[in-house]
Design a binder for this molecule. Sequence first.
Ligand SMILES: C[S@@+](CC[C@H](N)C(=O)[O-])C[C@H]1O[C@@H](n2cnc3c(N)ncnc32)[C@H](O)[C@@H]1O
Length: 232
Amino acid sequence: MKTTVIFPKYSKKELPEKFKKDDNRFPEDYVEYFINKYTKKGDIVLDIFAGLGTTLFVAEKMDRIPFGIEIVEERYQFIKKNLKNEANIIHGDALKLLEYDIPKCDFCFGSPPFMGKNDPENPFTAYQEEGSYQQYIKDFQKIFSQLKEVMKPNSIIAVDVANLKNERGEVTTLAWDVGKSISEVLHFLGEIVIIWEGRESETVNGRSEPWRVEGTWGYGYDHNYCLLYQNK
Ligand SMILES: C[S@@+](CC[C@H](N)C(=O)[O-])C[C@H]1O[C@@H](n2cnc3c(N)ncnc32)[C@H](O)[C@@H]1O
């Protein structure tokens, strides 16, 4: 398998105005690539950080059965309204994964909410409560150890994550820290470097501005990592 893959950093699906200022979706082509690689028609695809639903919509379009969890009510409603399998999106918290009625899944793909090392808010509460980077990194283990029960034996779990560089050049080694934390509960297979091509603009405070690799929004890098784990 190639360990670097290039994707255009564009989403094809138009969003309602209210979501445009906070559009952190990943491109449909990226999801499609991994769904093709790890699943067949009829398989169950899970995204525990469903966001604005990209994994679920692409999975459904590819004749897979989507399941997802999203903590923010209005994002959940958006997915529910646009998904044929509307009962399969759960308004909930990935930290409580085992409380939900989810069948054994064939593939899990998603991107968690990100945190810089000095940020004050806890991403897993949709930034509504205070938190610490140390606790956030530990919480990945709580979440991903529950996935061991939800996923079929030997199935693949793919986690999209990036290191972060802010305007002052400070780096949060988020990808390394998340990668190591999850490796303690799931078998790590390795990483695929995802190179974003052709991105010309980014949304800053609701405005479209030229893409700044050194910017705070965007991740300060023009590549991400897709960390691959196996449930064994
Ligand atoms: C990076 S976004 C995912 C975007 C998604 N991949 C897409 O393309 O639309 C992360 C999502 O995780 C959600 N989230 C944050 N904490 C959560 C939690 N504890 N349980 C479930 N979802 C959570 C956020 O509200 C956000 O929508």
